[in-house]
Design a protein around this ligand. Structure first.
Ligand SMILES: Cc1ncc(COP(=O)(O)O)c(C=O)c1O
Length: 490
């Protein structure tokens, strides 16, 4: 533990620096640490922990590599592209390269089936969706103000929107009784409660498609959200970073942009609508830190653009992405191939789980599924969920993320990522789950206390996240370089 106190006990650092705003003391991060201490490797460490807590899209890198080989001029580090080096290296305008903004706008439209177009002049850059969320929070709310957030939600939001802005969240209770649908009633209840508590609500934050549910919102729900925020005169922030991970579903994914631009039944003050996007999930490039704020509010576009100086996308990345994303043939092939591969993965894992009696929420998007193990809990409490989770980490050796870390109101749900590994590793994971279920059936036959009710501990070393990030295993050249702590905020 690094001390932040001086010899006479005085606090040396700011309140913000010494607060727990990052949220690293959560099982979500503990699971990553457990994996980090003992990472699975087919030959070097076959008994290690398999990482299923990382929402990464690693299924289509072959397509990207093929494109890079065919387009050497897109990179300033090749003999063909080096002549652009100087211009790219000195570029530092916070508006971004015009060709980058055009290409991103084009990509965002194609990902949404060309049902809506995006104006390149409204595209603002940020350091991933992480940076985009913080910038939006800074633009829309003052310290102490709050956003409504339907549960369950991505744990990183607690850090991204709240830590440095002083903004709060008011959860909107959505639960398993109706497959976690966001109802008008739940929204009203959360809003009224906030008023009673003297909390000023500035907006509603949604993720569509949802992390962790892997589902997307239907037209009626989107319409009802739009009418709710218009009535209350609050903002709507739509995180659509999983838009191109939709692999099934009829009707198709509907973006909030389509609702407010094309739906004649919807009346909306567009200046209340803001879309957060990134290339981290749809393309699988979380390392490039390409985040986008697309706001329909001119003042927000202007302010966010000035703030983007704190987290610009490097001009080298902009240059490469401008070429790649303006290649329509590549983009269309990537989107359809990626959806196909995700669908195959989803089938494989849900079938495997179904065979041993494990039910998952029916989903059609995302890089994960939402697994229901509530029937394995001794009692329906968060404590029992945590006990089961410790067994899954320590005995089954799988890092899945417990629902409580997503603020899920019903205990026993777990998020399982399936697109960050090869199919052989997925098979190993499934066979471990099969063994575990067989054993647990034997154990539960004469109804007695389940073994995971004993006090297991996650065998996580006391190294802090910063130490882990500095570990030599984190070298990008290491075959074990799989650090979610460094590479992902998933
Ligand atoms: C819903 C959601 N929003 C934002 C992020 C952060 O994305 P980025 O890597 O672009 O910062 C994640 C990462 O998992 C996410 O799931």
């Amino acid at each position: 533990m690094v001390s932040t106190l001086s010899n006479n006990g005085q606090q040396l650092l700011s309140k913000m620096a010494t607060s727990d705003g990052h949220g690293e003391k959560s099982p979500y991060f503990d699971g990553w640490k457990a994996y980090e201490n003992n990472p699975y490797h087919a030959s070097d460490n076959p008994e290690g922990v398999i990482q299923m807590g990382l929402a990464e899209n690693q299924l289509c890198y072959d397509l990207v590599q093929e494109w890079l080989l065919k387009n050497p001029k897109a990179s300033i580090c090749t003999p063909e592209g080096v002549y652009d080096f100087r211009d790219v290296a000195i570029f530092q305008d916070y508006h971004g390269l015009p060709e980058f903004r055009n290409a991103v706008a084009n990509f965002m439209g194609r990902v949404r089936g060309n049902k809506v177009t995006f104006d390149p002049d409204r595209i603002v850059m940020s350091g991933g969706a992480t940076g985009a969320h913080e910038t939006i929070a800074f633009c829309l709310a003052d310290p102490g103000d709050a956003f409504l957030v339907p549960t369950p939600y991505y744990p990183g939001f607690d850090r991204d929107l709240r830590w440095r802005t002083g903004v709060q969240f008011v959860p909107v209770a959505c639960d398993s009784s109706n497959d976690f649908k966001i109802t008008r009633q739940a929204l009203e209840a959360a809003y009224e409660k906030a008023l009673e508590d003297n909390i000023r609500i500035k907006g509603l934050l949604i993720t569509n498609p949802s992390n962790p549910l892997g589902t997307f919102l239907d037209r009626d729900t989107l319409r009802s959200l739009v009418s709710f925020i218009n009535e209350k005169n609050i903002h709507l922030i739509c995180d659509e970073i999983y838009a191109a991970t939709v692999f099934a579903g009829q009707p198709d994914f509907i973006s909030i942009s389509e609702i407010i631009e094309e739906d004649i039944n919807v009346e909306c003050n567009k200046s209340l609508i803001h879309v957060v996007y990134s290339l981290s999930k749809d393309l699988g490039f979380p390392g490039f830190r390409v985040g986008i704020i697309y706001s329909y509010n001119d003042a927000v576009v202007s302010c966010a653009r000035k703030m983007s100086s704190f987290g610009l996308v490097s001009s080298q990345t902009q240059h490469l992405m401008a070429s790649m994303l303006s290649d329509d043939e590549f983009v269309d092939k990537f989107i359809s191939e990626s959806a196909g591969r995700l669908a195959t993965r989803y089938e494989l894992i849900t079938c495997g789980l179904g065979q041993v009696g494990i039910r998952c929420l029916k989903s059609n998007a995302g890089l994960f599924l939402w697994m229901d193990l509530h029937q394995l809990l001794e009692e329906q409490t968060v404590e029992a969920e945590m006990s089961l989770w410790r067994v899954i980490i320590n005995e089954v050796k799988l890092n899945v993320s417990p629902g409580s870390s997503f603020h899920c109101p019903n205990p026993g749900w777990f998020r399982v990522c399936f697109a960050n590994m090869d199919v052989q590793t997925m098979d190993v994971a499934l066979s471990r789950i099969r063994d575990f279920m067989d054993k647990s059936k034997k154990r539960t036959r004469p109804k007695k206390k389940l073994c995971w009710q004993a006090s297991f501990r996650v065998s996580v070393s006391s190294r802090r996240i910063d130490d882990i990030m500095m570990s030599p295993r984190m070298s990008p050249h290491s075959p074990l370089a799989q650090s979610p702590l460094v590479r992902a905020r998933t």
